[in-house]
Write a protein that binds this ligand. Sequence first.
Ligand code: SF4
Length: 292
Amino acid sequence: MKVTVDRNAGFCWGVVRTIDIAEEEMKSGEPLSSLGPIIHNPMEIERLKAEGLETIALEDFGQLRGKRVLIRAHGEPPSTYANARRLGITLIDATCPVVTKVQERIRKFYDNGYQIVIFGKKDHAEVIGLVGHTNGEAVVIKSVAEIDTVAQGKKTVLFSQTTMDKATFYEIAGELRKRIQDFVVGTFEESAIDFHAKDTICGQVSGRDKKLREFAAANDVMVFVAGRNSSNGKVLYGICREANPRSHFIEHPGEIQARWFSDAKTVGISGATSTPQWLMERVKEAIEQSAV
Ligand code: SF4
């Protein structure tokens, strides 16, 4: 049985950068806490914890007066920066530059009076940060079914959380455009109501679809490794399963079941943008051992 790790899988550069910043900062030996899990991967969190990175929740922020806190790749709302200033907390800002750019663009449209619609998940850290740049006013939707929550008759711009899927984004954009145009037809407005759709899905995620599909289809069985709360992991696993119904989702090597590989000649291993390379290698070893 041939077991191969997908060479296109693993950390995106934004996550690599965040971890590099954390590891560099820890060299000083001073305590460092990450505001929320640094990435959606429990195994990597454990590894960094051993190096000295604590994970704290937003509720614990107040107890860190004078300490150093890392802002992870997802970014934070402006209120976090204001609270840190008030509490004398030193922020190590490791927000992914792609996310920072989306925050800035949203802010610009918001300041120009646009209704901001975000295609994303309400409780996702990145989305909480983005919504914060609109004073909490952005409308967050995750499917066409929720489109009724978007007000018509207002100039509107649609953005996306960086890890969502493109097909749904364009479906929502098409439907919103249609509704806004329908609305204009039914009124006495002289000019059409402004609608923009900004595809802010990260290329590090969307570019992987095609390659993952090919890789999954080329193997008899697929094992997809990611944290269960990784948004990008869920999207990529969905693609993997579509291309190969014999796909299995695992978080760590202990979940591997030898029966998955009966009759398989080739097994592929892939993962999310938050899945470390070392973990996929460990899964590879475990699969090879299970076949002995
Ligand atoms: S997926 Fe893209 S936006 Fe998200 S952390 Fe990676 S590089 Fe940044």
